[in-house]
Design a binder for this molecule. Structure first.
Ligand SMILES: Cc1cc2nc3c(=O)[nH]c(=O)nc-3n(C[C@H](O)[C@H](O)[C@H](O)COP(=O)(O)OP(=O)(O)OC[C@H]3O[C@@H](n4cnc5c(N)ncnc54)[C@H](O)[C@@H]3O)c2cc1C
Length: 635
């Protein structure tokens, strides 16, 4: 973490100086805003945390409830979400507070006495080498707290406007600047005030019953499995031996259970299969209670049992898989306008069963994709058309989740078929879907943001369209061993990783020439940043990785573009140059199959997805790609 750039400041370096007139004014809702966010769930707060860093952008987030969430709902954090949390700076705190899922166990009816269950398999939960991050479990409320803290410490001190809900949305096509008319209502008054706010953009993160979705005419479409499930968080004693493992249990006749150990060492979550519902029936009509969940759990677990001491939270649900055909107002038939002004994210546009543990992860992934695009447009660097890529990219991601979740839900609910093969179907599906549940199968298709794979073979381990897969390196200036991917912070800045070639001639020709171009050419975003008064690395962060050991190189020999001068004193940033670690298991060139002789350039988007891989002499192509992203960055 870097700080003191613009002068020494005592105290918590994560607290930014206040830089906004409206900062800290709780429940102050201006009549005109740049972005309004509906809903303080994980999707809404992830977006609010990003926007809160920009005093130039007026952001409001409204929430009908009167206070932050305390318990319940989702708890699974995929390794991909942990990588994203690293950019926000709270992954280490989550690692410390959460329970890590290292092993998953599988239980089916005993072959000799089928009324009893027995363990038939155990699997390492996250395959080695998939990510530097673990798969963890922690209550959704704690994730909300982390985002709220970032907002509190941001230059805008953004606070949610609790006790307000959106009741309807209109688009005024005649108003090009503030086309979205948002009708709001207070939720905590006897005579609630209703009022209207105009916004440039509205993002509906208002959950499965989204008002924003309905207002833009989008519909959640899909199917339901007509199966009731109960979920409870409990403190208990039990003789079931795998209570601190993630366990999938299929009984002969009573149904299935998914056990998830929870943070703190004692708390446990149970997902318990209850009754089959008729085609027209809702789970709420059954009058099921927490006692039904406990009774059923004891039947499925036989010969083991649970002695519940405290029920912290419980709920009933039925499995449904639903998605909208567009995640903004443009794709809806009879849509309200051709430009995207209204977006929906998270459960508002896709719902699935909780058992694959994806709801919160994919919802945050949606707004992590949208946040930097909105910021680039609102700061004036990018064109509004960039915003079309949100729905294009995330709708496909959500559809893939729904397809996977269909299969996974069926496998969990299916009666055990162990007698027919060596491994129950559920264990096989778990192994097949490992990369998916880790959140690592997202691959964005070619667009202005993600290029084709012409030069992919220069760095095969950084697949274009997939997230940048970090690996260990040593920082040259101070010999610090660290994950290269951890240099990326959340925001709208792109990163260019240059892998220096081993070939000395290529180093003095291609590499030298590209570094010169990045420093001197008018088309270079690094030069453009300096000209418009930003720090040179504010739009494009250049990092270089040498194949040598850090003791074989001198920092003073580095090209001046790798030693940018920043802030009010023009201080040199010493953290741009890295060296590969020794050893085949930790050398980034080996691990990520980077061509050692020729080197490579790997361009990474602000949301950590690889945009392109280019040869070292392709500075012109690089500038062209970035000019498409920032067409308005004319100097
Ligand atoms: C009761 C319940 C139980 C769940 N249990 C599990 C579980 O066991 N495991 C699991 O993995 N997932 C579970 N989920 C799903 C998981 O919580 C979601 O996938 C995840 O929270 C989605 O995040 P989100 O931000 O899109 O929506 P949400 O977390 O649903 O947040 C939506 C927010 O919008 C607010 N809102 C609603 N209407 C308006 C309006 N008109 N204007 C402004 N704001 C509005 C809501 O109050 C809420 O705070 C559960 C969800 C619910 C609702």
């Amino acid at each position: 973490m870097q700080f003191h750039l613009n002068g020494f400041k005592a105290g918590d370096p994560k607290v930014h100086p206040i830089n906004c007139d409206n900062s800290g004014k709780e429940n102050h809702i201006p009549t005109k805003v740049d972005v309004m966010i509906a809903g303080c769930g994980p999707a809404g707060l992830c977006l609010a945390a990003q926007l809160s860093q920009h005093p130039e952008i007026t952001t409001v987030i409204v929430e009908p409830k009167s206070a932050p969430m305390e318990k319940g709902q989702a708890d699974g954090i995929s390794v991909r979400s942990m990588e994203m949390f690293q950019t926000f700076g709270f992954a280490e705190r989550i690692k410390e507070e959460s329970v890590w899922i290292n092993e998953t166990t599988f239980w089916t009816p005993d072959q000799k006495i089928p009324t009893k269950i027995s363990r038939v398999g155990r699997v390492q939960d996250v395959e080695d080498g998939l990510s530097e991050m673990p798969h963890v479990i922690i209550n959704q409320a704690r994730i909300h707290d982390m985002y709220l803290e970032i907002m509190e410490k941001s230059p805008t001190r953004l606070k949610p406007s609790y006790n307000h809900k959106i009741i309807h949305v209109d688009i005024d096509n005649a108003d090009d600047e503030y086309p979205v008319l948002i009708h709001l209502k207070q939720t905590n008054q006897d005579n609630p005030k209703q009022f209207t706010v105009r916004a440039r953009y509205l993002v509906g993160c208002d959950g499965a019953r989204s008002t924003v979705r309905k207002s833009i005419g989008a519909k959640l479409e899909g199917d339901a499995a007509h199966q009731a499930w109960g979920v409870m968080d409990v403190l208990l004693n039990t003789d079931f031996p795998d209570i601190r493992m993630k366990s999938i249990i299929q009984s002969a006749h009573e149904g299935s259970i998914l056990i998830i150990p929870r943070e703190g060492g004692y708390l446990v979550r149970f997902y318990v299969e209850l009754d089959k519902l008729s085609e027209t029936e809702r789970v709420s009509e059954r009058g099921l209670t927490e006692k039904d969940i406990i009774d059923k759990a004891n039947k499925i677990l036989s010969p083991y049992s649970i002695d519940v001491k405290e029920i912290v939270w419980w709920s009933m649900y039925e499995i449904g898989h639903r998605i909208t055909n567009s995640f903004d107002n443009t794709g809806v038939s009879g849509g309200l306008s051709r430009d995207p002004y209204v977006f929906i994210a998270g459960d508002a546009c896709h719902t699935h069963s909780p058992k694959a543990g994806q709801g919160m992860n994919v919802s945050m992934g949606d707004t992590f994709n949208l946040g930097w695009k909105l910021i680039s447009v609102l700061l004036g660097y990018s064109d509004r058309t960039l915003l079309h890529t949100y729905s294009e990219e995330r709708q496909k991601t959500a559809q893939a989740l729904i397809d996977f979740d269909h299969e996974w839900s069926r496998a969990v609910s299916k009666k055990s078929d162990l007698a027919l093969s060596e491994m129950p179907t559920v264990q096989r599906k778990f192994l097949e879907g490992g990369k998916f549940t880790a959140g690592l199968t997202v691959k964005y298709q070619p667009s202005i943001l993600t290029q084709n794979d012409e030069f992919q073979n220069l760095a095969k381990g950084f697949p274009i369209g997939e997230r940048f897969h970090s690996a260990m390196v040593d920082r040259l200036a101070d010999a610090k061993p660290m994950q290269l991917g951890h240099v990326q912070n959340f925001g709208y800045r792109w990163t260019l990783f240059i892998f220096a070639p081993q070939d000395k001639e290529l180093r003095s020709t291609q590499l030298q020439s590209t570094l010169d171009s990045l420093e001197q050419e008018d088309r270079s975003p690094i030069r453009k940043s300096s000209i418009i008064g930003l720090d040179p690395d504010q739009l494009l962060d250049l990092r270089i990785i040498y194949p040598e050991n850090f003791r074989e190189l001198e920092y003073s020999d580095m090209h001046s573009v790798l030693k940018p001068r920043k802030g009010k004193y023009g201080l040199v940033d010493y953290e741009k140059v890295f060296c590969a670690q020794k050893g085949i298991n930790s050398n980034i060139f080996d691990l990520r199959e980077v061509n050692r002789t020729k080197g490579a350039m790997v361009l990474v988007r602000p949301d950590q997805y690889v945009s392109t891989v280019l040869p070292l002499d392709a500075a012109t192509e690089l500038f062209g790609i970035l000019e498409d992203v920032w067409p308005n960055l004319n100097v």
